[in-house]
Design a protein around this ligand. Structure first.
Ligand code: IVH
Length: 699
């Protein structure tokens, strides 16, 4: 537990620095500033419990960057600014591990664990052994070496004896400290083992981005994490937001004359020491037990809650707690005798590949979908599996009639791991990729360097339907009660033929259809009307422009006051927008240069949809343009964040502290030092929330 006083001390220091920003922080404060930044990185990346906003953190980070750029001699390797390497890594040199990185023996049921305990007791000649149980993280293993308190090397497992040196990538993982005070425990050099992961949310986001960009998604978070460790661009590694758990100390040397620290006498103590030094060890997840029965209960408990964890685990690891006993038990050539993995029930199954169907997406992409004999995996029956593109079929050497190995990891979409070519009977047949669209029969094309075949007929009925489905979907215009099935039904019956058709549906005819009562029609009608007020970013996302996901849609919405302004944007101007690369810009440009699309947008506007960006218009009118605001104390009706947002929406800026540059201090109850300070500066106007709302024109 971090003492309350420590948190308060760091918070006071943070506030002090935030206030000093306007005046400029002197270079002498540099080490304190780093200390504060490390404290907040630890709160965010290890404890998952930040104490400052991202904006405040960024301000402090930028301040440090600025001081360091003005005083380059003061830069240290463990400064928070030094995580990002410059340029690409050329090669990952092979390095030797200080101690071989062994794998663990596996167990699958309670008998295996009872057997493990029996052998352990025989080896140690003890009646009872204390065990630790902790999650078995499903990522890529990593070795970290710290010498004189500084991270000097990161390496992958490789073949167990030698791995790739990936220090610059390890530095991108913000739960791995760049320095840690091992010397406090008398340690001079230490090698730590751990697992690098990508959490489920970040994995899903990353896969979504890949799909939007036309690439097949990654199979599972495990592959994503270990693959990322070997990427040669550290900036790309940083973007993937990897996390690291550390779970073993494999080697250490002591400073001259120092005794073995008491904590290192047990596994639980070692993880506690790592936690105290700022690492993310499974300190809270680990439990110590005095008998194997309790270990089994704990493993079962974790198997049940496996899906609720933010990251993937594929089992539990049971370790003998006392290091002295670990040494006594020793190891085989492959694994230690003092630890064992308890693997959860596999989320894999084998099944027969019955057929491959070809689906047409909203951008015309042809996706092969494997139809397999339905099989239950981890509580879900799987019958259809996307194969993404022709290359996947070739790489996996799939044939109709094959037995295939299927995996479904947690929330992850199921995928075919491989075909079991060894058990082929000779009756299997080749999968023929079509040359013509399975729906409109026009010829398919593949762009240079792409893996996806496309139907380029934008009037292809399959594409039209998919575009409408996307437009009404939850993340786009969110038209409740419409849904995929209704879109398909209305389209097949000729009740809708394009996106604007949503707003001129013939409800009398729909009322004659089976399953459409008065109430459901009223609800549908209302949600269609409501959708006309959706924000511009949702509309843009709903248009289904290739490569434009939700984030890019937001960027685009912010860039204009009216959507049709994009008609006049060049590719070069588009590329200047945040996170818009040439490929995305090309696609946006193409969309807004196609007259059918422009006509559709004009039609939507005449039907009452909002193509203008209200926020931007307000800011442009901006009765607060050029004015700075600061809020202090408890406001009578507004939350601080909302008040700040209102000021910004009207073109105002939020100041970081009271200074002569501040125009308005908006004061609520219990205002403290800011108010006192503002009173001393003549130019700062001190106003109430009521007066603030009047300035905004809201009263
Ligand atoms: S201890 C000598 N603890 O599982 C002890 N390993 O085959 C070595 N793993 O690739 C490992 N979570 O990367 C240990 N809590 C945990 C673990 C863990 C995941 C991985 C490890 C290795 C594999 C074991």
């Amino acid at each position: 537990m971090v003492a309350k006083e420590t948190i308060q001390k760091q918070q006071t220091a943070t506030t002090k620095f935030l206030k000093q920003l306007e005046k400029g922080i002197p270079a002498t404060e540099i080490e304190n500033l780093r200390h504060i930044l490390r404290f907040h990185e630890h709160r965010y990346y290890v404890l998952n419990d930040p104490l400052v906003s991202d904006f405040e953190y960024d301000q402090l980070y930028k301040a440090l960057e600025k001081i360091e750029s003005e005083n380059t001699s003061l830069i240290t390797a463990d400064s928070p600014t030094q995580r990002v390497a410059k340029g690409l890594t050329k090669d990952f040199p092979t390095v030797q591990h200080l101690v071989p990185m062994l794998s663990l023996d596996n167990s699958y049921n309670q008998e295996d664990l009872i057997d493990f305990d029996r052998k352990a007791r025989e080896l140690t000649r003890l009646d009872k052994i204390e065990y630790c149980a902790e999650p078995k993280f499903d990522g890529g293993s990593i070795s970290l070496i710290y010498e004189n308190d500084v991270l000097v090397r990161g390496a992958t497992r490789g073949n167990g004896l030698e791995g790739d040196e990936i220090t610059s990538n390890a530095r991108q993982i913000r739960s791995i400290p760049l320095s840690a005070a091992f010397s406090r425990f008398g340690i001079q050099l230490i090698e730590i083992r751990g697992e690098v992961l990508i959490n489920k949310t970040n994995f899903a986001k990353y896969n979504q981005q890949l799909i939007e960009e036309g690439y097949p998604p990654l199979a599972n978070p495990r592959n994503a994490a270990s693959g990322t460790l070997r990427i040669k661009d550290p900036l790309e590694v940083r973007k993937r937001n990897l996390e690291a758990f550390v779970y073993n100390i494999s080697y250490y040397t002591l400073l001259p004359g120092q005794p073995v620290p008491e904590k290192l006498e047990t596994h639980a103590g070692s993880l506690e020491m790592l936690w105290e030094l700022g690492f993310r060890s499974p300190q809270k997840e680990l439990k110590v037990f005095s008998s194997i029965d309790k270990v089994i209960d704990y493993c079962n408990e974790y198997e049940v809650k496996r899906d609720d964890l933010p990251y993937e685990i594929d089992g539990m690891v049971i370790k003998t707690n006392r290091v002295e006993l670990q040494d006594k038990m020793g190891m085989t050539t492959h694994h230690p005798r003092w630890a064992i993995a308890y693997k959860f029930k596999a989320r894999q199954a084998t099944s027969k590949l019955l057929n491959v169907e070809f689906q047409v997406g909203r951008t015309g992409s042809i996706t092969p979908v494997a139809k397999i004999q339905p099989v239950p995996i981890g509580g879900v029956t799987v019958g259809s599996i996307s194969l993404f593109n022709e290359d996947v079929i070739k790489e996996k050497d799939l044939m109709i009639g094959d037995r295939v190995l299927v995996e479904r990891a947690g929330d992850v979409i199921p995928y075919i791991v491989k075909s079991l070519a060894e058990v082929r009977t000779g009756d299997e047949t080749k999968i023929k990729f079509p040359q013509h669209c399975p729906v409109c029969h026009s010829k398919l094309y593949k762009e240079e360097g792409e893996a996806v075949w496309r139907c380029i007929n934008i009037e292809c009925p399959a594409q039209v339907v998919e575009r409408i489905i996307h437009f009404v979907s939850k993340d786009a215009m969110d038209i409740r009660g419409f849904g995929e099935a209704n879109v398909r039904k209305f389209y097949d019956l000729g009740l809708i033929k394009d996106i604007p058709g949503i707003y001129s549906l013939d409800f009398t005819k729909i009322g004659e259809l089976e399953g459409f009562g008065k109430k459901s029609i009223e609800n549908l009608q209302q949600s269609i009307i409501n959708s006309k007020k959706q924000t511009l970013n949702r509309l843009i996302f709903g248009l289904g422009i290739r490569f434009v996901g939700q984030t890019t849609a937001k960027t685009l919405a912010h860039a204009v006051s009216h959507l049709l302004e994009f008609k006049n944007f060049t590719v070069e101007q588009l590329v200047e927008l945040e996170d818009v690369g040439p490929k995305v810009a090309g696609s946006i440009h193409h969309f807004f240069s196609t007259s059918a699309n422009l006509q559709m947008l004009e039609q939507l506007e005449s039907l009452g949809l909002r193509l203008n960006n209200e926020k931007k218009e307000l800011a442009a009118e901006g009765n607060l343009q050029g004015l700075t605001f600061l809020f202090t104390g408890t406001l009578p009706t507004l939350k601080r964040g909302d008040a700040e947002q209102m000021a910004e929406q009207h073109g105002g800026k939020i100041a970081s502290g009271v200074s002569s540059k501040l125009n308005y201090l908006v004061v609520g109850d219990d205002a403290g030092s800011k108010l006192e300070k503002a009173k001393k500066i003549n130019t700062v106007k001190i106003i109430s929330e009521d007066e603030f709302l009047k300035i905004l024109g809201k009263k």
